[in-house]
Design a protein around this ligand. Structure first.
Ligand SMILES: O=P(O)(O)OC[C@H]1O[C@H](OP(=O)(O)OP(=O)(O)O)[C@H](O)[C@@H]1O
Ligand SMILES: Nc1ncnc2[nH]cnc12
Length: 174
């Protein structure tokens, strides 16, 4: 059976100059589209955290795909960390910078009891801005960050250092 790393490396598409000139975009949608890869990658993302989390948080949009699969695999619930203007009930907001712009994420803190242990998932770690904002939201909701798990880490952009103090699992580093 191919490993998660083999499947990620062979299926990830690399697109130059998207969404802006100079950005080498790593597109993981072919990994999501492959049934074996989605299962093997999801299992690898959650494996160290089994039995240690109460919920999985996914960052819109590609993080939703992984977080839903991961929550099902772990038998826990899923939290959605959304782009602005989508959440109908009281929510926290956090702005951040990323490789190709700036953005805001939002979270509804009353979706889960205080002190819940949350695994934060996304497809990719680049500058760390997105996951840093997601972690801030989880902590501001009075939950505990059990860890962070991503499929792909772009090492040159320094995201791991930005997330210092947290357990960060990445399945492939480029
Ligand atoms: O570490 P960073 O520099 O913050 O970059 C990583 C983020 O960038 C991409 O999301 P994007 O904002 O493009 O949104 P999408 O998932 O909706 O495509 C990716 O899915 C991560 O969430
Ligand atoms: N190079 C990249 N490819 C895909 N998603 C990204 N998010 C931030 N940088 C990215």
């Amino acid at each position: 059976m191919p490993s998660a790393a083999d499947l990620i490396t062979s299926l990830t598409a690399t697109v130059p100059d998207f969404p802006k000139p100079g950005i080498l975009f790593r597109d993981l949608t072919p990994v999501f589209a492959n049934g074996e890869a989605l299962r093997v990658v999801t299992d690898a993302l959650v494996e160290p955290f089994r039995g240690e989390v109460d919920a999985v948080a996914g960052v819109e949009a590609r993080g939703f795909v992984l977080a839903a699969a991961a929550a099902y695999a772990l038998g826990v619930g899923m939290l959605i960390i959304r782009k602005p203007g989508k959440l109908p009930r009281p929510h926290l907001s956090q702005s951040y910078d990323l490789e190709y712009g700036s953005a805001t994420l939002e979270l509804q803190p009353d979706d889960l009891p205080p002190a819940s242990r949350v695994l934060v998932l996304d497809d990719l770690l680049a500058t760390g801005g997105t996951l840093s904002a997601a972690i801030d939201l989880v902590q501001r909701a009075n939950w505990t960050v059990a860890g962070v798990s991503v499929v792909l880490e772009l090492e040159g952009l320094g995201g791991r250092a930005v997330l210092a103090g947290h357990t960060v699992r990445s399945l492939v580093t480029l």
